[in-house]
Design a protein around this ligand. Structure first.
Ligand SMILES: [Zn+2]
Length: 277
């Protein structure tokens, strides 16, 4: 997920400069792989299998902490390297992400956000406890790294502002505190117009994060296909206390698994990322 913050100053800056939206500001940065055909068939089978598999017994707190401690440093290194390569032409782009467990988060979820301009990935202990392998935690963290590299918060801010302008709901945007990527941008309390702008692209951003996450977790030595099985679990959309779970903000979807499979095939064929057209 990613946290979205729309401040009064960013609204007025956008209004002042007259920069509304161009189509290119909304789309993905990289081409999504073609996940049709055999990848879709394979994803369907994998999806069905993961759905019918018995739920793994939850990890103890110490085992979950140990899993996080094993995985997070490797994803940090691989994610930073990928980020630096892919954003080399963007002066001052901060690829140094602070990855940690969010001790306050009661529902199984993870998110990407900025805290005082510092990119941050947080994952909850309940999520780690539900994972069946290190590959699954690696995939979730790498997916969140994808939201940074794809600049999804920046793009979604522009979309929310533009959507609100279209709906004449600028006051709503100016007072909105925000959300986070994967953390329920829909719950911002904005008018319908604001939500329309952001939701239209969120699906493409999730797939882009899956593509980037597949590459990052693979580079870190994890199996992204094994990791992506986490998405296919039949889990409730809301966790303890009513907050969205990872499955609430990332609805289970065969298309996501097919995208991971297609990206893995590209990695095996040494095909790098291509810019979106
Ligand atoms: Zn996401």
């Amino acid at each position: 997920m990613m946290v979205l913050r729309v401040s009064r100053s960013s609204v007025s800056a956008i209004l002042a400069t007259g920069v509304l939206l161009t189509a290119s500001a909304c789309g993905t940065t990289y081409q999504l792989p073609d996940s049709s055909g055999a990848y879709t068939d394979q994803a369907r089978a994998m999806f069905a299998e993961a759905r019918s598999a018995p739920k793994p017994a939850p990890l103890s707190t110490s085992a979950a902490q140990a899993r996080f401690d094993r995985v997070a440093p490797r994803i940090r290194v691989a994610g930073q390297r990928a980020c630096q390569e892919l954003t080399a032409t963007r002066a001052g782009f901060n690829c140094n992400v602070d990855i940690a467990i969010d001790p306050e988060m009661k529902q199984p979820n993870a998110y990407f956000t900025y805290q005082q301009r510092q990119p941050v990935i947080r994952i909850s202990m309940p999520l780690i406890k539900e994972t069946a392998s290190d590959d699954e935690v690696a995939f979730v963290l790498a997916h969140e790294y994808g939201h940074l590299i794809g600049r999804h918060i920046e793009k979604q801010q522009q979309q929310v502002v533009a959507g609100a302008l279209l709906a004449g709901a600028i006051a709503g945007v100016a007072t909105a505190a925000a959300g986070n990527y994967d953390g329920g941008a829909v719950e911002l309390g904005l008018g319908a117009g604001a939500a329309v702008g952001s939701i239209a692209y969120s699906k493409a951003y999730e797939l882009e994060s899956d593509t980037l996450g597949t590459r990052i977790s693979s580079a870190a030595g994890y199996d992204p296909v094994e990791g992506a099985k986490f998405f296919a679990r039949a889990e409730p959309a809301r966790g303890a206390g009513g907050g969205y779970s990872f499955w609430g903000t990332h609805p289970a979807d065969e298309k996501r698994v097919a995208t991971v499979l297609a990206t893995k095939a590209e990695i095996d064929a040494q095909q790098g990322l291509r810019p979106a057209q």
